[in-house]
Design a protein around this ligand. Structure first.
Ligand SMILES: Cc1ncc(COP(=O)(O)O)c(C=O)c1O
Length: 339
């Protein structure tokens, strides 16, 4: 029984992804993205996003995808507006600042991992433009599924990206869990991407070995992005294995199938926790659940199961994430341990 709920990264590869890697292993293939699979990946993502001229570059980590994406949008003297709990702020060791050459993150408040639109417009207005002593407005960065396991609706994303656009700012989507958000919202990839200029489209958490696509709407910036990826050391020579993963992930909507499975497990866990009267902290809307339990309960549960502890409070906050392989029995076992 797999009782590891520490992250969706603890999950394995989906079988079609593994099969695709094995198939791609036969004989020679041109390196650096010149393999026979990459044009198909590019075409499929362009069609999915309804961005016909988009550039699609594959990298091996979400941090690289986010940092490269932001470096294509924001100058060294620019500001990136992000939620205060954003992965780019909390969990990327300064990579966005490093890859942009020094851009500054301006942190925006908002309940349950979602940016408050009023706080964003105020922060943009407060920064202003034309003051040589301050950083200049650069870009908005949103995350969906949010770091709190909640969702931005299509309308909420449109409001925030619209506010950015009104101030002349492009928008970036950290879509490490793009598929989970799409599946939970019941929307298309094109609807998710609609207000954005660049998207980190995740695969790793959802059945790939390690591949994320940076999807850039404006082809005029494609060359710069390609150079930035190379300069960052993220242009893989044996790129065929990235292309093969991503193609298998897109084939027959595997990306949605695995995301639906992860979300269903997450929702089963959330229902069970609600039924036992647990203290759930953010509305669980996809595959990630935050809840508080007393220490004795944690000690008992963590003797057999794995999940993250987020703080040192009297009733510590835990973060439980379901990957796409979690079975009903595994979720129910965790519930028993926590009850
Ligand atoms: C919201 C979000 N963005 C990006 C990432 C990608 O991070 P990594 O560089 O570990 O692949 C993660 C992984 O935890 C994440 O949760």
């Amino acid at each position: 029984m797999n009782l590891n709920f520490a992250s969706d990264n603890t999950g394995p590869m989906a079988q079609p992804v593994l099969d695709a890697i094995v198939t791609a292993n036969a004989g020679a293939a041109m390196p650096y993205g010149n393999d026979i699979w990459m044009p198909q990946v590019r075409d499929r993502i362009r069609a999915l996003f309804a961005w016909p001229g988009a550039e699609v570059l594959l990298v091996t980590s979400g941090t690289a995808a986010n940092a490269l994406a932001l470096s294509a949008l924001v100058p060294p003297y620019g500001a990136i507006f992000a939620h205060k709990t954003a992965h780019i702020e909390v969990d990327e060791c300064g990579a966005p600042e490093f890859f942009t050459g020094g851009a500054k993150l301006i942190l925006i408040e908002g309940a349950d991992g979602r940016m408050d639109p009023l706080a964003l417009t105020k922060a943009i207005a407060r920064l202003g433009t034309g003051n040589v002593h301050g950083v200049q407005p650069g870009a908005l960065s949103l995350t969906n599924v949010t770091e709190a396991g909640t969702l931005y609706s299509l309308a909420q994303m449109a409001e925030l990206t619209g506010a950015a656009r009104a101030a002349g700012l492009p928008s970036h989507l950290d879509g490490a869990r793009f598929a989970n958000a799409c599946a939970a919202l019941g929307c298309t990839a094109a609807e998710m991407a609609a207000g954005f200029d660049i998207v980190s489209f995740g695969g790793t958490k959802n059945g790939c070995m390690g591949v994320e696509a940076v999807v850039l709407r404006d082809p005029a910036r494609a060359w710069e992005l390609a150079l930035r990826r190379k300069r960052a050391g993220h242009l893989w020579s044996k790129h065929r294995f990235l292309s093969a993963q991503m193609l298998a992930y897109l084939q027959d909507e595997l990306w949605l199938e695995t995301a639906r499975a992860a979300n269903a497990a997450g929702q089963r866990l959330a229902r069970g926790l609600r039924a036992m009267g647990a203290e759930i902290v953010h509305p669980p809307e996809a595959n990630m659940i935050f809840a508080r339990f007393d220490r004795a309960t944690h000690d008992r549960a963590r003797a057999q199961a794995q999940y993250g502890l987020e703080d040192d409070a009297d009733r510590p906050l835990c973060r439980m994430v379901c990957d796409f392989t979690k079975t009903d029995a595994e979720v129910d076992r965790l519930l028993t341990l926590l009850s």
